[in-house]
Design a protein around this ligand. Structure first.
Ligand code: AHR
Length: 533
């Protein structure tokens, strides 16, 4: 398992970088000045950083997404309509599936063919429960069609073979009448499927097979070579992008993994290639997870957010290694597992990774999205773990009930940042101190959306003090700013089936005068506004 260790040093480095890189505009303690520099539009914030992860784990897929066509829960071909509608509204760019650790024990053939002939297998990673195989590749692709997303398929390197994976891709993507293609047609899908992203293994250093970097590299070359995409519509520019297993969380030893894969990439021959290197880093605090997702106070709030800020140093460290071997930044750093990992909720199956989702998680999500945006030139894809009912979920369900989590709201508020051009914003973050924990008081990003409109996302981490923001819009003529703010009475406020809107965004607007936007941020809040001319 990989998690963010968040050493004090890493935090200080990232904090110092922010303070050093940005000119100081320190003003009164409860006031922060931001300077937006629209003359320097930066890298595109790839919409793929808003990707999701749906593993066969607990009620993530079964019950969370799939209820089956005969369910009383309203569904379309087995997919619950409420969940599909909620995800569609997020414009989820890609979904990573079927795992996770599950992927390296998954055999795709068990998940095709008539539903009543699918065999039951086991899911040893996650509670040892029955895997009914009723949700297989056809169901996954149908689900993607319904929510309007792209496939990020993780193939089995740990217990599978290159042949099994190659046949899976031939089955899915060829337009020619091979035996495998005919089988796909017989199973109801005449047209080749589009596989946009291919993950070659998962955490091969751990649950994916306990491999050394060199051993994994030899597997990577074989899989990269033989697991081909035949979809005629996807040749040339729109090739399936291949993502290699990369490092785990905070520990320095992981740099060896990045070194080995990237050095080989630099020296690669024509017969293999990668387009992305994965990075897994959970905010967990300690292992096994001991932080609780409910019933906590300011101490746990500030400790946990401090842990999450280690993402900045981690991304910086691995990007620097990648820069050595790939200065043109052709290979993306793909943070394809991130998010909060807490102790399982009491009474839940510990193998199902069930946790609540609070205002703290909304702030944590926004902080990480801001980090990814600041590294937009290298971090071009990320997948929060996980989509429904598992870890830091967007959505929680219980039979026919569904609730949107605070994290969901952040992903929806951040929609304008999908494919927007990063705009530098300078500010003195100040310090919010609780006991011996120092955190930046504020964090902010700015970007111009695909229509040229300027957007700001600003986080007030301080749970007690509101903040006055004065943003210099760098010559952009504007009258007002409008958007939404997300906060709640307590740091551990959550949405429940009985009170689904305890943490919900509220409209916010502010005046712009003399090129300056004045905005008041509530304590412990995430605010996203557009600048209106
Ligand atoms: O997301 C849960 C698990 O965390 C994944 O299966 C695995 O890749 C990681 O360790």
């Amino acid at each position: 398992m990989a998690f963010t260790s968040s050493p004090m040093g890493a935090f200080l480095v990232s904090f110092a970088l922010i303070a050093f890189a940005l000119p100081a505009h320190a003003v009164a303690a409860d006031r922060v000045e931001l300077s937006v520099d629209t003359s320097k539009a930066g890298a595109k914030i790839d919409r793929n950083i808003f990707g999701q992860f749906a593993e066969h784990l607990g009620h993530g897929v079964y019950e969370g997404v799939w209820v089956g066509p005969d369910s009383k829960i309203p569904n379309t071909r087995g997919m619950r309509n409420d969940v599909v509608a909620a995800l569609k509204a997020l414009r989820v760019p890609n979904v990573r599936w079927p795992g996770g650790c599950f992927a390296d024990e998954y055999h795709w053939r068990k998940g095709i063919g008539p539903a009543d002939q699918r065999v039951a297998t086991l899911n040893p990673n996650w509670g040892g429960v029955i895997e009914p195989n009723t949700f297989g590749i056809h169901e996954f692709m149908d689900f993607l069609d319904q929510i309007g997303s792209e496939a990020f398929l993780s193939v089995n390197v740990g217990s599978g073979t290159p042949q099994e994976a190659a046949e899976w891709l031939e089955y899915m993507t060829t337009a020619q009448p091979t035996a495998l293609a005919k089988e796909r047609v017989a199973n109801g899908h005449p047209a080749p499927y589009k596989v946009a992203y291919l993950g070659i293994g998962n955490e091969s250093w751990d649950c994916g097979g306990n491999m050394t970097p060199d051993y994994y590299l030899s597997q990577l070359k074989i899989y990269s070579r033989f697991v081909r995409n035949f979809n005629p519509a996807q040749q040339d520019k729109q090739q399936m992008l291949k993502i290699a297993v990369g490092p785990g969380g905070g520990e320095a030893r992981w740099t060896e993994w990045t070194e080995v894969v990237m050095k080989a990439y630099e020296k690669r021959q024509w017969s293999w290639d990668i387009n992305g290197l994965s990075l897994h880093s959970y905010t967990v605090g300690q292992w096994p997870p001991a932080f609780t997702s409910v019933g906590f106070g300011e101490t746990e709030y500030s400790q946990f957010l401090k842990h999450t800020l280690a993402m900045e140093a981690l991304v910086t460290r691995h990007s620097a290694i990648m820069d050595k071997y790939d200065p043109q930044k052709k290979v993306a750093l793909v943070v394809d597992e991130w998010g909060a990992w807490y102790a399982p909720l009491p009474g839940s199956n510990p193998g199902f990774l069930v946790q609540q989702n609070s205002l703290r998680d909304a702030i944590l999500a926004a902080l990480n999205l801001n980090i990814f945006a600041r590294h937009a030139d290298r971090v071009r894809m990320a997948n929060i773990a996980q989509m429904v009912n598992v870890l830091q979920a967007m959505i929680m369900t219980d039979k026919e009930k569904m609730v949107l989590t605070p994290t969901y709201h952040v992903f929806r508020m951040y929609l304008p940042f999908q494919d927007a051009a990063f705009v530098p914003v300078a500010f003195d973050a100040g310090t919010y101190t609780h006991k011996d924990i120092d955190l930046p008081r504020v964090d902010a990003i700015a970007a111009k959306d695909t229509n040229g409109k300027l957007w700001l996302a600003i986080i007030n981490l301080d749970p007690d003090q509101s903040l006055e923001i004065e943003a210099n819009l760098g010559g952009v003529t504007a009258k007002s700013a409008v958007g939404e703010t997300l906060t709640a009475p307590k740091v551990d406020s959550v949405n429940t089936f009985d009170a689904p809107a305890a943490v919900a965004p509220k409209p916010v607007s502010a005046k712009v005068q003399g090129g300056k936007l004045a905005l008041e941020l509530a304590p412990k809040s995430v605010t996203v506004v557009s600048v209106e001319q």
